[in-house]
Ligand binder design. Structure first.
Ligand SMILES: [Ca+2]
Ligand SMILES: [Ca+2]
Length: 378
């Protein structure tokens, strides 16, 4: 059944047979044709993939509800082209789907319009999956928005659903590292030091562990200019709060210095400017606990820092420096205090994300989030 016919069927299923008979009396042949189509639509659905012409049978259809009211995860405003994290664990019976995840698709609430998605992790043996689904719009203060995950009896030979379809420059993403196999194996521009690359079970799928001895990453392809709108965000946890660990820094090779350094000293997160001025500090870091850090260059000389979705400081330091530089993860240029812990989901966007967007990311991706609820259906 093609897309258009599917759409017509959905429309027809909303009208009654009596209504159609009425139409037949008034319109003659057109009404008769609609009645024939009405019965055709009731005779079961032939299922067609959104990615190819391969015909498959549905094993299960799960409804995924997003609650942005205070009974889910409170969110005000609207998010467009939003990569929603859908986590499957004890909330999902993987035996209803089987396979390696290559047999699933996501649809809008009409059950026929496909949605782009990327599977970061699908581990049916461990009953764990992490999938990013791109939504056109996510509305705030709404408890009934939903999409569907359809699981088929066989896998697709090829899938159009890739990371690039979800996280693309057209929706503001210039760089996304899920801190998974792809990050450590397939990104040649990322320089990994200290034989790092240990992947561990993490907040979202896998994350990259830093050993506190010699591990760090540099991302030289992203060179932050001070007047460019940019948002950088990522999750981290430190292994202990005994020491002093560098989470990330912005290193400028012309000045041979880190303009901005983010450190964890004991249970305090500190934002340090030019290696010696503490711009902001946040008390409340616990060992082995996930925190979400974002900073936003607004494009007009200001920088805003957020921790766990809340704004910590907005300051105009940008005017005092010639430019920023590239991102070092786990290290600053002094070579001391290397990161000991795990980093997950590092993103660089070429736009200044709003405070609402940052909060939504935090509430969608955090542990025990109540934004998404799964209902295993038919
Ligand atoms: Ca990850
Ligand atoms: Ca090492």
């Amino acid at each position: 059944m093609d897309y258009l016919t599917n759409k017509m069927c959905i429309g027809l299923k909303r009208v009654s047979l009596t209504g159609l008979l009425n139409c037949f009396c008034k319109r003659g042949p057109i009404g008769l044709w609609l009645i024939v189509l009405f019965f055709f639509c009731q005779c079961g659905e032939e299922l067609t993939s959104g990615t190819s012409s391969e015909t498959k049978n549905t094993l299960s259809l799960a409804k995924i509800n997003m609650n942005t009211t205070d009974r889910g995860e409170n969110f005000w405003g609207m998010a467009f082209n939003y990569p929603l994290l859908v986590r499957l664990d004890t909330n999902y019976d993987f035996s209803r789907c089987g396979g390696s995840g290559k047999n699933i698709e996501f649809f809008k609430n009409d059950t026929v319009t496909p949605l782009p998605f990327e599977i970061e992790l699908w581990d049916s043996a461990a009953s764990r999956a992490a999938i990013w689904v791109k939504l056109d719009t996510l509305k705030g203060q709404d408890s009934v928005q939903h999409i569907f995950m359809r699981c088929y009896d066989s896998e697709f030979s090829t899938s159009l659903y890739t990371k690039e379809n979800v996280f693309s420059p057209t929706n503001g993403f210039s760089y996304v590292l899920h801190m998974d196999q792809d990050t450590v194996l397939n990104q040649p521009e990322i320089i990994r030091q200290g034989n790092m690359g240990e992947l561990v079970s993490s907040l979202v799928g896998e994350g990259v562990a830093f050993d506190g001895e010699d591990d760090f990453l540099s991302v030289p392809d992203i060179f932050l200019q001070k007047n460019d709108p940019v948002t950088v965000s990522g999750w981290f946890q430190v292994s202990d709060v005994e020491g002093s660990y560098t989470l990330a820094s912005l290193y400028n090779p012309e000045l041979s210095t880190s303009l901005l350094t983010i450190m964890v000293n004991g249970n305090v997160l500190e934002i340090i400017f030019l290696g010696n001025t503490t711009l902001a500090s946040f008390t409340g870091i616990s060992p082995n606990t996930w925190h979400y850090l974002s900073f936003v260059l607004t494009g007009n000389g200001n920088i805003s820092l957020y921790i766990d979705g809340d704004l910590v400081i907005t300051t105009a330091i940008v005017q005092q420096v010639p430019g920023f530089g590239y991102i070092l993860l786990g290290h600053s240029n002094n070579g001391k205090d290397l990161m000991k812990g795990i980093v997950d989901e590092l993103r660089v966007s070429s736009v200044s994300r709003s405070a609402e967007w940052i909060k939504l990311n935090y509430r969608n991706q955090m542990k025990d989030s109540h934004l998404v609820t799964l209902y295993a259906g038919e």
